[in-house]
Design a binder for this molecule. Structure first.
Ligand code: GLV
Length: 394
């Protein structure tokens, strides 16, 4: 895809990347990225719920400078958004996780590498000048997790992000219909009914074949065996569950900051604080796990109140505009994680796409803050937004 095709006026906002991604990817890969669980209610609500929040600007002010920098776990980032862990990124683009990390690093912000990744943590770390976090699932068992934690330490990852909302995989109906399990499996016969969608995307197919086909899970290495096969996502997540007991063991082994991702209630937020988390991310896994849970932004005030300033609160889910980022900050988030918002761009145009997506979000944040009458993200608070009365705590 040419640089022109992701510049204005072709791409003006994050939504503009979605049709570009759809055009480049086979349906199974696009729907893996785009889809959610069951009836996709939480997937839709994650975005829609931001519309329920309105701004309360202070006008007749102007500033020459606008400070967007903030810190996460003591590390500086250039604006309060980082790139969320996105599984199978190497299927979206051959440079996948390396391209995303490089774009984040050049923009001065953080990247979180998913356990379900095709590029090694060493290559990803080397690609970025910014903070890199490793998101840990327990697929492959404790020995594989120990090896990954050790590698994360050696490359000086800023923190571990432990996802707690995958006791089993959510029912991602699109994945079943598209045959993702068959396409990722080893039986050539099982793949046949699903091949037309792949053959209809020759540009993607050439890149995929040049890259060696379905990659292995470069960061899930059971000692004595090689990297695990990248199976279908349902099987991967079913083998990934993390419990509070695991968290204790992970914390001792890692010794550094841990972010607990997947918190939606005051109960889990308090538990995460008690278990020694350095931050929580308010998250419903992008609407991909338990459907009909509250949108992340709706759960944020309850979690912020429960945490009561003891640790940082991040959030992810439904962020498509800088104004969404600003709304989350007004409600007490330290930073947000963007997943699909950059993954559509990665799928459409690799690193250049991610760079453009970050540029759009960053410019949005700055414009929104200035329009609110603030000169820095540090000034944002609850007084700049109005939320529906029944949103509860905080
Ligand atoms: C992986 O974490 C996924 O949600 O697909």
């Amino acid at each position: 895809m040419s640089a022109r095709s992701i510049a204005s006026p072709h791409v003006v906002n994050i939504h503009d990347f979605r049709p570009l991604a759809r055009r480049r990817l086979p349906r199974a890969v696009f729907d893996y990225l785009d889809g959610g669980a069951d009836g996709e209610m939480t997937l839709r609500e994650n975005c829609r719920a931001f519309d329920d929040i309105t701004f309360r600007p202070r006008c007749a002010v102007a500033f020459t400078d606008c400070a967007l920098r903030t810190t996460v776990l003591g590390t500086e980032i250039s604006f309060p958004a980082m790139l969320a862990p996105v599984g199978y990124s190497r299927l979206m683009h051959p440079l996948g996780e390396v391209a995303a990390a490089a774009a984040a690093g050049k923009a001065g912000t953080g990247y979180i590498l998913s356990t379900i990744s095709g590029h090694s943590i060493e290559d990803v770390r080397a690609a970025s000048q910014g903070p890199v976090f490793y998101q840990l699932y327990l697929m492959g068992g404790r020995a594989a997790a120990e090896a990954a934690i050790d590698r994360a330490r050696k490359v000086a990852c800023t923190g571990l992000v432990v996802t707690i909302d995958t006791p089993v995989a959510g029912l991602r109906e699109r994945d079943f219909r598209n045959g993702i399990k068959e396409l990722m499996g080893t039986s050539p016969f099982a793949k046949i009914p699903f091949l037309p969608q792949v053959l209809s995307r020759p540009g993607w197919l050439i890149g995929f074949l040049r890259d060696g086909g379905v990659p292995k899970l470069a960061n899930v290495v059971v000692p004595g065996q090689g990297p695990m096969e990248m199976g279908d996502v349902a099987a991967a997540l079913a083998a990934s569950a993390v419990t509070w007991a695991d968290l204790r063991w992970i914390r001792e082994l890692w010794g550094g900051p841990i972010v607990v991702k997947g918190v939606l209630t005051a109960e889990d937020a308090k538990r995460a604080v008690d278990e020694g988390a350095a931050a929580v991310s308010v998250s419903n896994h992008g609407g991909r796990q338990l459907d009909s849970v509250r949108p992340s932004i709706r759960a944020l005030p309850e979690v912020v109140a429960a945490v009561n300033g003891q640790i940082e609160v991040w959030m992810d889910g439904g962020v498509r505009r800088g104004s969404d980022i600003v709304k989350a900050l007004c409600l007490g988030a330290r930073a947000v994680l963007c997943g699909r918002a950059y993954a559509y761009a990665l799928s459409a145009a690799g690193e250049a796409g991610v760079t453009r997506a970050i540029q759009i979000l960053r410019a949005d944040v700055e414009r929104t803050i200035r329009l609110l009458g603030c000169s820095s993200v540090a000034e944002l608070d609850r007084s700049y937004v109005e939320v529906p009365a029944d949103w509860g705590a905080n």
